[in-house]
Design a protein around this ligand. Structure first.
Ligand SMILES: [Zn+2]
Length: 401
């Protein structure tokens, strides 16, 4: 029997000539950092010399809200329907996300030094508790806790964050094995960063580990055995001059892996098509094998794979009965798209953000004919110019140091 006859649709879409896909899932971002995109590029130790001071001085609730909404416009117009974010004033990120209509996992960052919304080290834990209590049970936003990294949060507070995650039953997101000094330090003390996380009880199914660059095959097995999930950010990693993440090896081992842009300061472009194309190219380069990581496998990481990483695979990530209507419509007839012989190859290697015409989350049109419907996107451009005016002098001063 024709199942469509059982239902009476309130809206019918004519998608003739278009490609329909599940919305993209971006598994690691800091969207409010759109405020600083392009500042302090091409320098050493950018995190301590530039990013932390810039954030302490400039990050305020209003900036986080406005920069987040601005960034969400770019993400929506490039087909992202779900993302994971960790930053400060995460409540402002949540409010911007709710306004824009995307689905998200949002974690307050915990840091072992004063942070924009935490005057004392580790006050982020207190903020996180309130934040989680406020958003727990929300239909589209899953609150989380996000200790910054093993090298910026001490063992005692990592354990506290984990305890909180268990008690409140939320995911824990963290940068893992991203830095060379982190790798050196924990290799000396525990053999590897992964061994350290295992020893202190953080390596488990709750962990969404971003980056995972400095890991060997034994670490990969261990992460797999403990059920840790990985957010892989190929463009951001490539710009940092660090080793290429062994993402294909992790997938082969059975680790759940999704792709990510990282924040706009690290990854610059917030569109998934941009990183989706780079992902298999870098893995083929790393392994010296053209045939590995097929376009079909790569596309899966940007949709269902990402949903699995975020624990949302029963709701989103594929188009099937019973799941939420999070989908995008793509113009398959544009100059960069034809001819199509292998739809997966086209979508992974040729797709550009401007090919994405409509974006739906939970059946609600957020983008129609490349125009954002859920908020005034032009107004966010004005807000971003104001942010640039406010932050410009401070950024110029640290750039000239
Ligand atoms: Zn990050």
């Amino acid at each position: 029997m024709d199942q469509s006859k059982q239902f009476c649709a309130s809206t019918r879409l004519n998608a003739k000539g278009q490609i329909i896909l599940p919305g993209f899932v971006n598994t690691h971002t800091h969207i409010a950092m759109a405020a600083f995109r392009g500042a302090s590029e091409d320098v050493q130790d950018r995190l301590n010399r530039y990013i932390f001071p810039m954030e302490r001085e400039l990050v305020r609730p209003e900036l986080v809200y406005n920069a987040s909404l601005y960034c969400l416009a770019e993400m929506l117009l490039s087909g992202t329907t779900t993302f994971a974010d960790m930053y400060y004033f995460e409540d402002e990120v949540a409010q911007a996300t709710q306004k824009a209509g995307l689905r998200a996992i949002l974690g307050e960052t915990v840091l072992g030094q004063p942070a924009p919304d935490a005057p004392r080290p580790y006050d982020g834990l207190v903020y996180a508790q309130h934040f989680i209590a406020k958003w727990k049970g929300n239909d589209s936003i899953v609150p989380a806790i996000a200790p910054h990294a093993p090298y910026t949060v001490d063992t005692e507070n990592l354990r506290k964050a984990e305890q909180l995650a268990i008690e409140l039953d939320v995911p824990l997101m963290m940068h893992v094995a991203e830095m060379d000094h982190e790798h050196t330090r924990f290799s000396q003390s525990h053999g590897s960063v992964i061994n350290y996380l295992e020893a202190i009880g953080l390596l488990n199914e709750r962990l969404i580990a971003a980056h995972m660059l400095y890991v060997d095959d034994a670490d990969i097995q261990k992460a797999r055995d403990h059920g840790a999930r990985v957010a892989h950010a190929p463009a951001s990693n490539a710009k940092s001059g660090r080793p290429i993440c062994p993402a294909w090896r992790m997938m082969k081992a059975g680790i759940k892996l999704g792709i990510a842009t990282d924040g706009p300061l690290s990854g610059n472009g917030m569109d998934i098509p941009g990183v989706l194309s780079l992902f298999p190219k870098l893995q083929k380069t790393r392994e010296g094998k053209r045939e590995i990581l097929t376009a079909k496998e790569a596309l899966r990481t940007a949709t269902l794979g990402g949903a699995e990483v975020l624990g949302l695979e029963e709701q989103i990530g594929s188009l099937e009965p019973g799941k939420r209507a999070d989908f995008i419509l793509i113009d398959g007839d544009d100059f960069n798209m034809q001819p199509i012989y292998d739809i997966y190859a086209t979508l992974v290697y040729a797709l550009k953000p401007h090919n994405i015409q409509d974006v739906y989350v939970n059946g609600r049109p957020l983008v129609e004919d490349r125009k954002i419907q859920s908020f005034d996107a032009e107004e966010t451009k004005i807000q971003m110019k104001n942010i640039r005016d406010t932050c410009g002098a401070f950024i110029a001063a640290i750039n000239s140091r």
